[in-house]
Ligand binder design. Structure first.
Ligand code: AFP
Length: 343
């Protein structure tokens, strides 16, 4: 990577272009795609800041394909992403949490990507000024269609992603991405309207003292997962053991684990036999980012990135974060998947 220049500022656009130059067969289309995602992130960050002032909080009264109440900001986020690609001719289709079916965007020869996106992750935080995010995974693609659950034109597994990342809307707006060559994080400087490199070459600490999980369903978890949870306290009672942090936004909890170490897990429970989180636009993109940073992501049985993609809204259990902490999780579940040997 070239030095950032005399001002020390490395913009996201320049970073994307320099990554592209290192790929001899790159056409520039992935660079345009990532730049458009960053643009959508700026638009969304702006809207989130003023949502209470312009009547954009609260529910629409509709439910999405998951049966969840749709919020006005869910709709805004989804439309913002779709509009960002409507004229770009590089994305064949978008799979979104907010759309029943893949949304066909462009059919030209250059429309060679499939974009999977959760426009507003952590939407239950949005009405209370809490952290929310946008998660994205990018695949080279055909034109996927899903006639009521029938798999067609979808990628095989999350390992086929060519880029993934997230935008986190907190006290500042942060864009974190990977194209399979490490992970970098950028913070939006609102005065100049640019994401600037603030977290170069992020490495996930091998261990960490935080865990993030919704404990409300703990009694419904498999016994091995309950035993793992018990182990996070100190059985000797001499110290507090691990500390819990849970935001209700996957993006924020994984961002903490990525920077400071630790884990996030959402195991199966009675209401969610396959876990609650969605594979294509929650688990797989974050697994790609975390693996690229030296961390791990497992369903409890297999590496998240090796789960066979069957349907666009399929769910998967997730445990993600520091390598050593995920190994401890696996010890309790008596599993060990291949990605342990790759990281
Ligand atoms: P949304 O994307 O629908 O807002 O879901 C949020 C989420 O998928 C993830 O961000 C949270 O970690 C998790 O769900 C929260 O679920 P609980 O409400 O069960 O804690």
């Amino acid at each position: 990577m070239m030095p950032a220049g005399p001002t020390g500022r490395m913009t996201l656009s320049r970073h994307i272009l320099e990554c592209q130059r290192r790929q001899p067969d790159a056409t520039g289309e992935l660079a345009v795609l990532l730049t458009q995602l960053a643009f959508a992130g700026k638009v969304f960050a702006h809207e989130l800041r003023r949502a209470a002032l312009v009547g954009d909080l609260g529910a629409t009264g509709a439910t999405n394909v998951q049966g969840e109440a749709t919020r006005k900001l869910d709709v805004f986020g989804n439309q913002t992403i779709i509009e960002a690609f409507a004229h770009a001719e590089i994305v064949a289709a978008i799979v979104s949490e907010e759309e029943d079916e893949p949304r066909q965007i462009a059919s030209g020869a250059k429309a060679s990507y499939l974009l999977c996106v959760d426009p507003l992750d952590g939407s239950s935080n949005s009405d209370t000024n809490g952290v929310v995010g946008t998660i994205f995974g990018v695949y080279r693609s055909g034109q996927p269609s899903e006639a009521r659950g029938v798999r067609s034109g979808l990628p095989g597994t999350g390992r086929e992603q060519v880029a993934a990342g997230y935008i986190m809307y907190g006290p500042s707006t942060v864009f974190v991405y990977t194209t399979g060559d490490g992970v970098n994080g950028f913070t939006l400087d609102g005065d100049i309207g640019e994401f600037l490199l603030t977290h170069p070459d992020i490495r996930c600490p091998a261990e960490g003292r935080y865990y993030a999980v919704n404990l409300a369903a703990a009694r419904e978890w498999p016994a091995a997962t309950q035993a793992y949870l018990d182990s996070l306290g100190d059985p000797t009672g001499r110290s507090r053991g691990y500390s819990q942090r849970y935001s209700g936004a996957l993006v924020a909890d994984v961002h903490r684990a990525l920077l400071e170490g630790g884990t996030y897990f959402y195991p199966p429970d009675r209401g969610h036999p396959d876990g609650k989180l969605r594979l294509l636009y929650e688990c797989a993109p974050l697994a790609f980012v975390v693996e690229q940073a030296g961390g791990r992501a497992t369903t409890g049985e297999t590496c998240v990135l090796d789960v066979r993609i069957e349907t666009i809204h399929q769910r998967a259990p997730l445990a993600i974060g520091s390598r050593v902490e995920i190994e401890r999780y696996e010890q309790f579940l008596n599993t060990r998947c291949d990605c342990a040997t790759r990281s």
